[in-house]
Design a protein around this ligand. Structure first.
Ligand code: SF4
Length: 236
């Protein structure tokens, strides 16, 4: 990992160039562009450990790719187990377990118990956005598994753009993948998935803020159900 020496202006220009070149490119071609332009220490893949699709695609381009997991302290045991299984199945990846500035017990003491139930935006800011910001500060490019098909809020997501919030080039190589395409890739390549998916959780976050959606409901409706909150602040 290196602290970036490129200016925001340089990264903005590179993002514009990438967006123009890669509009119709495959996930692998997008990731080759990332590796060519940022080098092995300049980019990181983020994974929620819902599945290992993005990690699998990325390791085909760079075996020792940097992989970031935001370890909020509130994950399901199955998610932590999936993270550990991914580290075993892809032994060359450099897994970065990004942790918040406080433990859950410290947060309870400082903010009052169960902040997630009273102010989920503040809880996400402390436990997700802060560790994400600290980790992304070491990189120029952030590769995510975001797909347009996942939610209405993601329907217009670009493949490549400069991300003002974190000051990096954000790349979404799977952005055009449909649910069917993703399921096919998982089946054909025997990709690791979080066991909670088969247990009826199509979108997995912290255990405190995730419930099973009602049959036929929007797959993301089980996240922060009943609060009006739909995103954690990482992609917004
Ligand atoms: S998803 Fe819930 S528990 Fe997790 S960081 Fe956000 S508010 Fe806190």
């Amino acid at each position: 990992m290196t602290t970036t020496e490129r200016s925001a202006g340089d990264l903005r220009r590179l993002a514009e160039q990438g967006a123009a070149e890669l509009d119709q490119a495959s996930a692998t071609d997008i990731l080759r562009w990332v590796d060519d332009n940022f080098g092995p220490d300049g980019w990181v893949v983020s994974s929620s450990m819902q599945d290992a699709v993005l990690v699998d695609v990325a390791t085909r381009v760079r075996e020792d790719v940097n992989v970031m997991f935001i370890d909020t302290g509130y994950h399901f045991p199955e998610t932590i187990g999936t993270r550990d299984a991914v580290a075993t199945v892809y032994p060359h990846i450099r897994l970065l377990n990004a942790q918040p500035p406080t433990t859950v017990a410290e947060q309870d003491r400082l903010e009052g118990k169960d902040l997630f139930a009273r102010d989920p935006n503040r809880c996400c800011a402390i436990r997700k956005v802060a560790p994400m910001r600290e980790t992304l500060g070491k990189f120029d490019a952030w590769v995510t598994g975001l797909r347009r098909a996942e939610a209405a809020t993601r329907a217009n997501a670009p493949a490549v753009a400069f991300n003002e919030k974190f000051g990096v080039v954000k790349i979404n190589p799977l952005v055009t993948w449909t649910d069917e395409q993703t399921d096919r890739y998982i089946a054909q390549n025997a990709i690791l998935i979080n066991p909670l998916i088969e247990d009826g959780y199509p979108s997995i976050g912290c255990r405190t803020c995730t419930v099973k959606p009602a049959p036929g409901a929007d797959p993301r409706s089980g996240r922060w159900a009943g609060t009006g909150k739909v995103e954690c602040g990482l992609h917004g």
